[in-house]
Write a protein that binds this ligand. Sequence first.
Ligand SMILES: [Zn+2]
Length: 184
Amino acid sequence: MQVRALKDIKAGDEILGSYCGDTGVTIAERQKILACYGFQCTCASCSDPLSDHLYAKILSSDQQLDGSYQTWFKDLTLPDDHIIKPSLLWVSLIEQQGFPFKTIYYHHLDTIVKSFIALGDLENSVKHGMKLARYFVAMTGQEQLMKERADPNYYSRDRSFGTRRSVGKAKRKGKSKGKSARAA
Ligand SMILES: [Zn+2]
């Protein structure tokens, strides 16, 4: 058996394992699965009465994420962080709720990285790319991905690097014509 961590583990931290796998999504369903083990789960998610509602929202948050990215990429009236901002919020919510093993987590991170690549923002591409690599490594054990994704060249040689011109945060029609954000 191999165990890989999705986040840093400090000395003395308790390491928790899931008894419910990827199923038993609601609190009630999870407690049902756990009944045969003779305990009630008191993790952050099971202790939060709003967790079920949040969980359903999290799961549906990637609907049309790809479509939204395509729209943002073409529509220069939309701010730079049009996709990045909400996806970052979803990522931190998923981490808070303790579901960073879900495909949805990967999907948001992937869209964030894709957006930073399109904007030609190397620093943020690497920063979030490393987080994505960590997810992959935890899922697949392909350790070499950490080194590969830490290399700025991995992002700068992407075909879409810097191809979506930066328009800043608010709507600024017609300005900074033809310029990509920090295109290298
Ligand atoms: Zn729990």
